[in-house]
Design a protein around this ligand. Structure first.
Ligand code: B12
Length: 211
């Protein structure tokens, strides 16, 4: 589909204006939001990552691509949400302390909303204490944590420990994800689940909640 290729190129080139316009055109043409995310946006960001790794792209290019991706995702969010049916399951999500990567976390949040869950997004650089406060105040069923840096992965364990110390660990299921995270790591730190992508996150929450 030509529009999908255009969206891929627009994100890769960090062209937010074009990414917005192409996404809008794709919506009008009836392209499924999930197809745009899975077939254009995520592969484009993967390619951005590859170019960064081989030093063809640098931080400014990452920022531009990230911005283009975010703008396009904002357009799709209401459609994902409209597609789902609200369920009485509340999810708190955030990127862990020290970590500012939020593109994948935002996709997971949007897809969970699209799956019919109520999502409370705490943003990025979320401390263990902030996760604990959100669980105390918002009473979620699930806590989702995202990390993209190997150095911030330990903050996931610190957050689980903080929930334990606060006596809240048994009240919530904890799911983790992000490029460097593995199911082995999830087991090691006592999380309830891991998925390598946003679609899997929705399935996991549904399974854990018996929905
Ligand atoms: C875009 C990007 C940035 C942007 C972020 C913009 C933003 N708003 O997010 C900016 C420029 C800010 C940035 C900064 C940095 N970055 Co950066 N960045 C990336 C890049 C290229 C893409 C990440 C991305 O968005 N991927 C696309 C999304 C869709 O994928 P995803 O995040 O993995 O999410 C999917 C799954 O993982 C999963 N998932 C994600 N979260 C969750 C949560 C749950 C609960 C579940 C179930 C699933 C799940 O579902 C998502 C959708 O399918 C990666 C390279 C890469 N290949 O990952 C480097 C990368 C992550 N960055 C890296 C680095 C080093 C940095 C910096 C330190 C660079 C610097 N020198 O300043 C800083 C750190 C800033 C900080 N404190 O966080 C390294 C990390 C190395 C490491 N192993 O630790 C990477 C791997 C690049 C590299 N190879 O060197 N970065």
């Amino acid at each position: 589909m030509a529009l999908n290729q255009d969206l891929y190129d627009a994100i890769l080139n960090g062209d937010a204006k074009k990414a917005h316009a192409v996404t809008q055109a794709a919506i009008v043409a009836g392209v499924q939001p999930m197809a745009l995310i899975q077939e254009s946006m995520v592969p484009a960001m993967e390619e951005v990552g590859r170019l960064f790794e081989c030093e063809e792209y640098f931080v400014p290019e990452l920022l531009l691509a990230g911005r283009a991706m975010k703008g396009a995702l904002e357009l799709l969010k209401p459609l994902l949400v409209a597609a789902g049916q609200k369920m009485a399951v509340r999810v708190v999500i955030g990127t862990v302390k020290g970590d500012l990567h939020d593109i994948g976390k935002n996709i997971v949040a949007s897809m969970l909303e699209g799956g019919g869950f109520e999502v409370i997004d705490l943003g990025t650089d979320v401390s263990p204490q902030a996760f604990v406060a959100a669980v105390e105040q918002r009473n979620p069923h699930v806590v989702c944590m995202s990390a993209l840096l190997t150095v911030t992965m330990p903050a996931m364990k610190l957050t689980i420990d903080a929930l334990q110390t606060a006596g809240l660990r048994t009240q919530v299921k904890v799911l983790i994800g992000g490029a460097p995270v593995t199911s082995q790591y999830a087991k090691e730190i006592g999380a309830d689940g891991y998925s390598e992508n946003a679609g899997g996150a929705v399935t996991l929450v549904k399974t854990l909640m018996g929905a």
